[in-house]
Design a protein around this ligand. Structure first.
Ligand code: DGL
Length: 260
């Protein structure tokens, strides 16, 4: 991927809502001259409880919008959309498409012989992509699947009490069973690390954000373009100045991964 007439190249970053900002936050700390175009499809969120076909249709529509804005590569900063749509998008789009992967491997390696728990949406839990990952890691039977539908929407709304109630219920089983390795298989949940640890202090948390960013930087050779990044944020169904934008800025600036 090369610059066009000297302008910084643009990388599209998408999610169903605020979750992908947990990845964008990391990208914006890196010393590369890139313009990140963020698209949160709030008008159609949550994706995690929809059909595979619906998630594919919505994700494709967002990607086309990012391409129209000049994106030269796209990061699907959404485990749900990656699970449902990445393979088709890579066939259909003319630019490099990157996606998320639940950090199951590091969690299994850090907890040999133990079970680990995967927090994710219904789509991520049921799609073939996860089945293939589990079989490649010979992880059958070692993963406790925790359904978290509704949690991402509570994050999108900035409803800290609701997220706390959800997290408390979701963590009931791993706490009882002494499962300490928790994989945050949804980009929204990365903002809840502090909440999760306040409810389950013994937990070890794993997310795929850093691995995904490392892979994207290496694949695109971003180190060839030292400089400062910029970002532009858009949410469907929301106009500039709406509360969603100020909340998004708060999430982007949150450094302790504490949910504001
Ligand atoms: N942030 C998304 C993920 O990583 C999707 C959440 C949703 O829309 O259900 O799966």
């Amino acid at each position: 991927m090369e610059k066009k007439d000297g302008a910084p190249f643009k990388i599209g970053v998408m999610d169903s809502g605020m979750g992908g900002l947990s990845v964008l936050r990391h990208l914006c700390t890196l010393p590369f001259e890139v313009e990140y175009l963020y698209y949160g499809d709030l008008a159609n969120s949550p994706y995690g409880e929809k059909s595979t076909e619906e998630v594919l249709r919505l994700t494709l529509s967002v990607c086309h919008s990012l391409l129209e804005k000049g994106a030269s590569a796209i990061l699907i900063a959404c485990n749900t959309a990656t699970s449902a749509a990445a393979a088709d998008l890579r066939k259909e789009l003319s630019v490099p498409v990157f996606g998320m992967e639940p950090a199951i491997k590091p969690a299994l390696l850090a907890h040999p012989g133990e079970k680990i728990a995967l927090l994710a949406t219904s789509v991520t839990h049921r799609e073939e992509k996860l089945r293939n990952l589990k079989s490649s890691l010979d992880a059958e039977g070692r993963i406790l699947h925790l359904e978290c539908d509704g949690l991402a929407s509570a994050v999108d709304r900035g409803d800290a009490q609701r997220t706390r109630d959800f997290v408390r219920t979701i963590l009931d089983v791993p706490k009882k069973e002494g499962v300490r390795g928790l994989v945050l298989g949804c980009t929204h949940y990365v903002f809840l690390k502090k909440q999760i640890l306040s409810i389950y202090p013994k937990a070890d948390l794993y997310d795929g954000n850093e691995g995904t960013v490392r892979h994207l930087v290496a694949s695109l050779g971003l180190e060839r373009f030292p400089g400062n990044s910029t970002s532009r944020i858009h949410f469907s169904g929301v106009s500039e100045g709406d509360i969603a934008y100020s909340f998004a800025k708060k999430l982007l600036d949150s450094t302790e991964e504490n949910f504001p």
